[in-house]
Design a protein around this ligand. Sequence first.
Ligand code: P6P
Length: 337
Amino acid sequence: MANIRTLGEFIVEKQHDFPHASGELSSLLGSIKLAAKIVNREINKAGLVDITGAAGDQNIQGEDQQKLDVYANEKFKAALEARDQVCGIASEEEDNAVGFNKPLNLNAKYVVLMDPLDGSSNIDVNVSVGTIFSIYRRISPVGSPPTEEDFLQPGSQQVAAGYVIYGSSTMLVYTTGNGVHGFTYDPSLGSFCLSHENMTIPQDGVIYSINEGNYIRFPMGVKKYIKFCQEAVPEEKRPYTSRYIGSLVADFHRNLLKGGIYLYPSTASYPNGKLRLLYECNPMAFLIEQAGGKATDGFQRILDISPTELHQRVPFFVGSTNMVEKVEGFLREYPDE
Ligand code: P6P
């Protein structure tokens, strides 16, 4: 039998990579793995079971909460609370951070921030969606409920981050600061099996991912970059290609494998950008830097931004280093008044 290394085995194998954790971070990642399997099962049935319709509520973002959003949020929250490594979570689907009050949880040393089902509006049209998670060591003293400062740490303080992509296959991709590793779910085994060890993004690429429908209100530097991609030296064929799925995890994952850049600048509807710093941009920025790429808000490193509130949005440019630096150059050369 091929040398199958499951996610569980790999985490234990790499345990020495994070000296502070005496197996707690390993167990925490295990609870995320479990919740991912449960959510994956429901997503794969989504077309059959009446859980794709909007739940009727709206989340803090004012977006219709799809039932699967709510379902995924509950499953990840329950899986994290059930183990004794997490004292609380913050989620796109929760207006405020949620502290776990069982004694075991009060003594836990990690907090988790997550987007339990990003791109969920795509579920009804059978497009890939994802879960994004970000893990920090708490700042507040153990034995007490988590405080807001535990959740408002800069991305550079993350101890682990990752995503699950529910696509043509389901994959879990994570980093603990020692490279990026990808695991593909094998339903016949019920296991995530190592399929992409030490994932690295090419320094350059030809794929740019942006919703050009927002073009009219893009910053001038972004307009200049798009024009650069469209008019780059033709040679024998246009060297750039536009690929935008409308699901961050799917666009990010493809660009990580092939090289490319994902851009969500400020727009008319989202003057500060649409993506949330804490549970979308920071984890993706940690991953891309660990894979040799770059993530910026156009002017500063995403991981250096000091958060001010839980659901804050930032402009987001992430992917191949040379492509991100090209956009930064245009934004500096053509500053908006
Ligand atoms: P737009 C999904 O809602 C999401 O947060 C990302 O997954 C995706 O890349 C982006 O928004 C799509 O936004 O405005 O292009 O539809």
